[in-house]
Design a protein around this ligand. Sequence first.
Ligand code: HEC
Length: 170
Amino acid sequence: MQTRSLCTLSARTAPLLAVLILSACAPPAEEPDPHLRELREELVERFTPGLHTLMVDLGIRHASLWFAGDAENWPLADYMVHELEELVEEIEELHPVYREVQVAALLGEMTHPAVEALEDAVEEEDRTAFAEGYDQLTAACNACHVASDRGALVIQRPTAPPLTNLRFSP
Ligand code: HEC
């Protein structure tokens, strides 16, 4: 997914970048030119969002999900929980290890049971189970922040929607 947006962006910005990216996306036929490889590595590094950026996105998804479920807007809650799940997968893929923190392993272990509980609650349109699943997810966010030596980052149920131009009521 990240590779696709990387390709799209570069193709729009400059043909040279498009060529470089296309060569990065296609399986290499032979050992690439070291200069080309260096450029490719630089581009990948430049266009890969950092863990903190993805975590800010995750914070927004987490907050939006609350307001969708709280309003019992089940189609929107379903959308948000799937977007959150995709984002978690993207983080696992892009930052499997971060400053010695086993991000991919921790994310999977800690958030997947809560995400599954949320998916079930949304499918059954169960407001109580939704709130329980949500608190379970929030506890997983915080447990990982503690495990990652980022215990100062405490996630909670949000008190105001992150976006006021998105309607949460069904
Ligand atoms: C793999 C463990 C892990 C899990 C699970 C996790 N986080 Fe994080 N989170 C981190 C780390 C590590 C940082 C600090 C990144 C840094 O130092 O650049 C962070 C940072 C953050 C930040 C601060 C971003 C900033 O720079 O302003 C927010 C917000 C955040 N996480 C939200 C969440 C939410 C919401 C969840 C749960 C849905 C969650 N995180 C789950 C590891 C995790």
